[in-house]
Design a protein around this ligand. Structure first.
Ligand code: HEC
Length: 190
């Protein structure tokens, strides 16, 4: 009986591994390499969805450099796995991951992809969220940042920039309201 259940469980994992873009193990056991492989499989679909409605940033961000070497779940953003891209205006400053005196230049634009992994290894694409450094005059209540986002089908997402996005992001004043990827995956250069 125990042997049969073992075979059954293995069969479930093997079959899900063969299907497109599924995690081969429970999320908690995934290594950086596993996540890189999963992301590589998933990315064309993510980009295709995000770019469906010709959003300006969604069209541009695929030319930018990433802030990390693999998607990771920071335990915020609903436990989603995140990949952050920064435009050339802000990239070099961002990847210093300075914690006490970050001042991102005006014109910095950041796009953050997201996906989640269920306990069965099923992957779901999340929204593409943006932060644009527009300056204190344009966005005095949100630290000079404009927060926005689109859904996985490219449609605009309604966001509560002040009460939700910035309410959390303002926890990092020395980081110019940036959360940064977890240290284990941070990019050291583009
Ligand atoms: C509960 C806290 C929380 C809320 C609410 C939140 N964020 Fe974040 N956000 C984070 C954390 C933590 C990170 C860094 C995570 C990582 O990259 O691993 C982050 C990263 C980001 C980034 C990448 C730049 C950076 O900070 O390093 C963008 C863009 C972003 N969030 C946009 C948004 C938008 C838009 C909203 C509102 C719809 C939002 N966030 C709501 C916690 C939050």
């Amino acid at each position: 009986m125990i042997r049969i259940s073992f075979v059954l469980i293995s069969a479930i994992w093997i079959s899900s591994a063969q299907a497109a873009c599924k995690a081969e193990k429970p999320a908690a056991e995934l290594t950086i390499e596993d996540l890189q492989g999963l992301y590589e499989c998933l990315r064309p679909d993510m980009v295709k969805g995000y770019q469906k409605k010709d959003h300006e940033i969604a069209a541009a961000y695929t030319d930018w450099k990433a802030a990390s070497i693999a998607p990771q779940a920071p335990g915020m953003h609903s436990g989603q796995y995140l990949m952050t891209y920064i435009n050339p205006t802000g990239y070099d400053q961002y990847i210093q991951f300075n914690t006490d005196s970050t001042a991102m230049p005006a014109g910095t634009v950041i796009a953050k992809e997201a996906f989640s992994i269920s306990s069965r290894g099923k992957v779901k694409i999340g929204p593409l969220l943006f932060m644009e450094k527009v300056g204190m005059d344009a966005a005095p209540e949100t630290g000079g940042w404009q927060y926005s986002g689109i859904k996985k089908n490219g449609k605009n997402l309604k966001v509560d920039a002040k009460g939700f996005c910035h309410a959390c992001h303002q926890a990092w004043p020395g980081q110019d309201s940036l959360g940064y990827p977890v240290p284990a995956v941070r990019a050291t250069s583009g």
